[in-house]
Design a protein around this ligand. Structure first.
Ligand code: FMN
Length: 357
């Protein structure tokens, strides 16, 4: 049985407790998609988490799709992230960057005018995505990657993983959920390829496996985790058989020393996703599902996960672990400022008080 306040290890990453801050896009990056000083303060305030998973961060210009999301592909971005990791480490925390390549889930006005939009297949993302003014608009029609181009996309991830280490990160998390590029390869409806990256389930998982293995070779497998959400239909993903897809993926990744599997749980008919993970993956598991302290404790006590991640609760409660420890009341964050940072705007971002004031 794992106690939520006990230290542990996720691959090579040592954590002081089992309370993980879930990745949350907050749209506060500055020009050049460089992390801003207000982001440094935001993450510093939340360093009491056993592990912080940063907001989704693009590994390349092409991988951007939302407004004001940070990147980790330029020297200026690396320098910006270095300030974040120094601040978190100074408080005793640990932090990994979530690598989010959105693939087809992109609005052109949110990215460089000359940055194209690519996907496994030329099928447009049906969901609208907010543009720079916050109003949802149509996504870009993607161009299908040529087989020979895929190694270049994997190389972008590898470069981003190396940059993460240069920036002082404790590791990286590959975002394979929410209908972004890795999930576009995994899902049968978005992957209509006829080469070795499409068709059979073994082919559809190949891209993710190759990205994970290439990043592991660059920075060590124990610093590379991944996030999945079997069955999620966000951004038009609609896999015909998520159980088969994710069982195959997990078996292909298991036993290679990767840091963790981060499961974003949604209800799925048939086998429960957490049971699916435990049946096919023997490595560390971070569980996420709109948890409370009590429900997180129950999952850890049942031996089904090694850590639990919290999103919303970390927005309004920077010292969430301390509040859990002491039974202090929790603040409910308002949605209004989730994505509204402009310039140095602290509102709804770094102005939630700690117990200490
Ligand atoms: C404002 C906001 C932004 C989010 N951005 C991301 C993201 O960039 N990457 C990701 O994997 N999940 C993202 N999520 C999902 C959260 O990581 C988490 O899975 C979800 O909020 C459910 O957990 P919770 O109820 O503890 O918040 C986001 C959630 C919120 C509320």
């Amino acid at each position: 049985m794992t106690e939520i306040f006990s230290p542990g290890k996720l691959g090579q990453i040592e954590i002081a407790n089992r309370v993980v801050m879930a990745p949350m896009t907050r749209d506060r990056a500055g020009p050049g998609d460089v992390p801003t000083d207000v982001m440094v303060e935001y993450y510093r305030q939340r360093a009491g988490a056993g592990l912080i998973v940063t907001e989704g961060t693009q590994p390349s210009r092409v991988g951007k799709g939302y407004w004001r999301t940070p990147g980790i592909h330029s020297d200026a971005q690396v320098a910006g992230w270095r300030k974040v990791t120094d601040a978190v480490h100074a408080e005793g925390g640990r932090i990994v960057v979530q690598l989010m390549h959105v693939g087809r889930a992109a609005v052109q006005a949110n990215k460089d005018a000359d940055a194209e939009t690519i996907a496994p297949s030329a099928i447009r993302c049906p969901d609208l995505i907010p543009g720079p003014d916050g109003v949802p608009v149509e996504t870009v029609m993607p161009r299908a990657l040529e087989t020979g181009e895929i190694a270049g996309v994997i190389a972008d991830y590898v470069a981003a993983a190396r940059n993460a280490i240069r920036a002082g990160m404790d590791g990286v998390e590959l975002h394979c959920a929410s209908g972004y590029l890795p999930m576009q390869f995994l899902s049968s409806n978005t992957n209509q390829r006829t080469d070795r990256y499409g068709g059979s389930v073994e082919n559809r998982v190949r891209f993710v496996v190759e990205v994970m293995e290439a990043m592991a070779e660059a920075i060590g497998p124990g610093r590379v985790g991944f996030r999945i959400c079997p069955g999620v239909k966000f951004n038009g993903a609609d896999d015909a058989n998520p159980h088969e897809t994710y069982a195959t993926l997990l078996r292909a990744l298991d036993g290679k020393g990767f840091a963790y599997c981060h499961l974003m749980h949604i209800d799925l008919a048939g086998q429960d996703p957490l049971d699916l993970v435990n049946a096919n993956w023997a490595g560390p598991v971070i569980f996420n599902r709109g948890l409370t302290l009590e429900s997180a404790r129950a999952v850890l006590a049942a031996g089904k996960a090694d850590a639990a991640s919290f999103g919303y609760l970390f927005i309004g409660n920077p010292d969430l672990v301390e509040r859990f420890r002491t039974g202090a009341p929790l603040v409910k964050a308002g949605r209004a400022n989730f994505y509204t940072g402009e310039g140095d705007d602290h509102r709804g971002y770094t102005d939630y008080p700690t117990l200490a004031g």
